[in-house]
Ligand binder design. Structure first.
Ligand code: AMP
Length: 397
């Protein structure tokens, strides 16, 4: 069976076609600036030249229609006809408390996705647009939702509850959910294979460090804790998100900067993090470059960034009462040689010892710890699309 994986954002659609007989990628691509003048589609068929199409598209349905045309194009497509696609897997950011696993989409599932608009206003509405566009164009195949929150649903109240009046949990489901679940799931399972142990017997700390960043603590095959919370704003320092702060700062700055709730949300999500702290960029590479050129504020931003991650490693090893391995993944985790080194520096007391020579590597599955390190340090490139395709295939079969 061939599976189409779709990740629809507010103005973009990422896609990938996989042949599940050998899990090979037949093609992938990105439609950018959907609904905005200057729409482009970049199509990357395996074994053929990339194709760039410029064509303004009013909405996600038009975007998906173009994707399907490209996929069956005799010159650069990867399918003879759309009938070859057996199922479509959709990335959905928020599934609330209703979904601890992927599901075949029906009206009830769509209602839950819609009910979560309030808590994921930037993600769930475009995710649903992508689903409805695909359903319209491919009505005869199964559509599957794979949720970013699902993997973390094993957390117990000790880790998912906030110390707020209980009725806000009952009425509004204010609690910690966690995100990037598909990525944490993938790298944790690969880590168990690298350890040569059953996944259920491992204690693993995963670090998904990209523009958005989160960590997870996993034991007995269950997520014990994760750093993102009610929204993806909580936790680590990110490109433009503050991560953990004293919540009183929100009221203080709303007053001082005269911000309404929307503006405050924007301030902590879009203007903070590495960007706000360094004044240079949300891109870690730029901040590192500025620090190396002597920019002290950029160096301070890096210090805060590393320090926060080290704190979570300690927190999670305490919660797991030990740890077999820590795993670096995503843009920074896979490529940031110096960043991984800074994070692992001075963690010998926790049993973490990096071999800095082995660590000089990018984008490969590798163990970069010293032979006597109690905790292994793995670098594992993530593959969220593969997890989505596998779940979709399993449910559609
Ligand atoms: P992602 O969101 O997973 O695509 O990751 C994007 C982040 O990865 C950006 O902050 C990039 O600066 C960062 N990144 C990519 N390559 C490197 C690198 N060689 N060193 C440090 N950070 C990197």
């Amino acid at each position: 069976m061939k599976v189409l994986v779709v990740n629809a954002g507010s103005s973009s659609i990422k896609y990938q076609v996989m042949d599940m007989t050998d899990e090979s990628v037949l093609a992938k691509g990105l439609v950018d600036r959907v609904g905005i003048p200057g729409t482009t589609l970049k199509h990357e068929p395996t074994g053929k030249d990339d194709v760039l199409i410029k064509q303004d598209l009013p909405d996600h349905t038009a975007g998906m229609k173009l994707v399907l045309e490209v996929l069956i194009n005799p010159e650069y497509g990867c399918l003879k006809s759309m009938d070859e696609i057996g199922a479509v897997g959709h990335r959905v950011v928020h599934g609330g408390e209703d979904f601890a696993e992927s599901v075949v989409i029906d009206d009830k599932v769509k209602k839950v996705i819609r009910d979560c608009f309030d808590v994921a206003p930037l993600h769930n509405p475009p995710n649903l647009m992508g689903i409805e566009a695909c359903e319209e164009l491919m009505p005869n195949v199964k559509h599957v939702a794979v949720f970013d929150t699902a993997f973390h649903q094993t957390m117990t109240p000790a880790n998912f509850m906030y110390a707020l009046p209980y009725d806000v949990y009952e009425k509004y489901k204010v609690r910690r959910y966690g995100f990037h679940g598909t990525s944490h799931f993938y790298v944790a399972h690969r880590a168990a294979e690298m350890l040569g142990k059953a996944y259920e017997d491992c204690k693993i700390v995963t670090l998904h460090l990209g523009n958005g960043a989160s960590m997870a603590a996993i034991s007995n095959g269950k997520v014990v804790d994760t750093s993102m919370g009610f929204t993806p704003l909580e936790g680590l320092v990110m490109g433009t998100r503050s991560g953990d702060i004293d919540p009183a700062i929100v009221f203080f700055l709303m007053d001082k900067l005269n911000l309404d709730a929307n503006e405050a949300n924007n301030y902590f999500n879009k203007k903070s993090g590495l960007l706000g702290l360094s004044g240079v960029s949300n891109d870690l590479r730029d901040v590192i470059e500025a620090a190396e050129a002597g920019n002290e504020r950029a160096q301070m931003a890096l210090d805060v960034y590393h320090n926060k991650i080290k704190g979570y490693i300690g927190n999670y090893i305490a919660k797991l009462n030990g740890c077999d391995c820590i795993v670096f993944t995503a843009g920074v985790g896979e490529n940031g040689i110096g960043t991984r080194e800074e994070i692992c520096k001075d963690l010998e007391a926790l049993g973490i010892k990096m071999d800095t020579a082995k660590n000089k590597v990018r984008g490969k599955e590798v163990d970069v710890s010293t032979p006597d390190s109690k905790v292994k340090i793995f670098l594992i490139p993530t593959n969220e699309e593969l997890v989505i395709a596998r779940d979709t295939y399993t449910l559609a079969k």
